[in-house]
Design a protein around this ligand. Structure first.
Ligand code: SF4
Ligand code: SF4
Length: 164
């Protein structure tokens, strides 16, 4: 498996050791983001970093295991139910006594988080997953106002290796 280095800027203490050890200059960039095109995946920078700010990740993310159609159908139905419940809790959090509004806000958050978990398991949360790419394409057919079309096209181009 091939690897690439990524730097967590929040952990980086800027002592520059990774700049000295990298044999190809991939760590020496203007924006502090390691240049993945130069990185050969040797791991020297991660080993040298005293702050554990550099991680080695697979150069190509493996696809998750396929799920049966019945499982995906059930997950989509559950996701729709969670979305409806979230909208309902959101509306109810706008009115009534303080205790009720706080309870509804907590429920809204709970429904959102469980919905995100379901969406991730159903194949919508990773950009390389077919469901995500199909969803992006369908949104680009009729993008809502303010939708980041250029970014969406760049993601599609990157993962599908071709422009729409
Ligand atoms: S070695 Fe680690 S802490 Fe030092 S500059 Fe590089 S990433 Fe930041
Ligand atoms: S893994 Fe090796 S090539 Fe890649 S940035 Fe770190 S030191 Fe440079």
């Amino acid at each position: 498996m091939k690897w690439k280095a990524v730097r967590n800027l929040r952990l980086c203490t800027k002592d520059c050791l990774c700049l000295y050890v990298c044999p190809v200059g991939a760590t020496d960039t203007e924006d502090s983001i390691i240049d993945v095109d130069k990185c050969t995946g040797c791991g020297d920078c991660a080993a040298a970093c005293p702050s554990k700010a550099i991680s080695m990740i697979p150069a190509e993310m493996p696809l998750p295991q396929e799920k049966k159609d019945e499982v995906l159908t059930g997950m989509r139905a559950l996701l729709e139910a969670k979305s409806r419940e979230r909208l309902l809790a959101s509306a109810l959090s706008e009115e009534g006594p303080d205790g009720k509004r706080r309870l509804m806000r907590a429920l809204e958050k709970s429904f959102r988080l469980s919905g995100e978990d379901i969406a991730r398991e159903a194949g919508f949360m990773l950009p390389q997953q077919e469901e995500s790419l199909n969803l992006l394409e369908s949104i680009l057919d009729n993008p809502p106002q303010g939708f980041p079309e250029d970014s969406a096209r760049a993601i599609l181009s990157s993962f599908r290796k071709g422009d729409r």
